[in-house]
Design a protein around this ligand. Sequence first.
Ligand code: HAM
Length: 430
Amino acid sequence: MKTVTVKGVKGFRDVLPDEAEQRCRIRDAAIGVLERYGYREIELPMLEKVELFSRSVGATSDIVEKEMYAFDDRDGAVVALRPEGTASVVRAYLEAGMSRSTPIARLYYHGPMFRRERPQKGRFRQFTQVGAELLGRDDPESDAEAICMVADMFAAAGIDGIRIEINSLGDAACRPAHRDALVAFARDRIDELCKDCRNRLDRNPLRLLDCKQEACSRAMADAPVMLDFLCEACNAHHARVLELLSNVGVEVVPNPRMVRGLDYYCRTAFEIVAPGLGAQDAVGGGGRYDGLVAELGGPDMAGVGFALGIERMQLAAGQQPAAAGATQILVAPLGDDAAAPALELARRLRLAGCTVELGQSGRKLKAQLKRADKEGVRHVIIIGEEELATGKATVRDLVSRQDHAGCFALADPTEAIVSELERHAAAAGG
Ligand code: HAM
């Protein structure tokens, strides 16, 4: 019978061990910062009702219109794999009654998100975010603190050279005037705009400001921007955020054309850009979303947050040398009789905190050593006929290439065995 190899799904990738370790380091560094800022983890489901995203991210956003993995569940509910985390955090906050019990909540999450975009460098259909949401605070200090946290997270992950771009998107009071001016400006140039922008003109005109098509950028180069339409309150909020950031020395770059692809933002919006990543150079983004809690059926409560993309952070961190294999010790049994004592010794060493691989008793010593070399193992503990007869193990140090016959007795306490191995490693210089 002909066998067929089953491959993975386009845009969904495997993370192999070397890469997984780097991702873990980046994620843990980011989470460490979040915890020091007083954020606590919330674990959210990957499946939500589609309605949650159409009412938050926006029915006319690209994410909801074109990119969601949405389907009818067997009971008729229309559900989607989550494309982002903010909407779920707000839903969970309301569902758990936190708007009453913990009105000011600092929550973080991490995990996979799903968007059916065209895969390219830095863009996947399943990707990973670390995100943070602060609910219940509407003051500019919380925006400034969120941006400080972002800067600290990149520093902790060892990624430098990023740029934090900032804008204000106004609020319900000042946005309509900007929208009208923008639509009027675009209508006068409608023939120069791409099909997508013509489509967006009435439904989501803000997106015309950040269309990547050259003809559109040219046509919209002098389009009215929100900053020129801010009401007094939004203007004061924005000025205070900038002032606070300048006081703490966190550099931000104004970008009046940045609009973000999700509809729930108001006032502060920011994006973190890593130059050199090509078309997908946004390594994170966020902002304020004061109307969202009410939009999802809760009280009138403010919110601010952001999410960082782990895959793009990895690209920005650059290729790091592959970590050596994790195993420090190989216990190499030679022959059937050595199998049980080897299994026991390996287990004892692991309980004492060592990372140990157990060799195969049926394989020759040479083959076991070859594998140990490849895995970057430091010590090989050999248990063969002679070792069983004397009750003492031979240790081969793969750095000094020396054999230490009778290095320790198999009956020795585990701590004594570990310190003997450490003593040999130190004598060999490392
Ligand atoms: P977002 O800008 O849509 O914001 O996504 C945040 C980050 O996720 C992006 O900057 C990027 O690094 C990463 N990302 C997005 N799509 C992809 C993709 N297809 N492949 C790889 N990485 C991707 C949000 O999701 C908001 N929920 C952020 C937020 C939280 N705003 C307020 N609170």
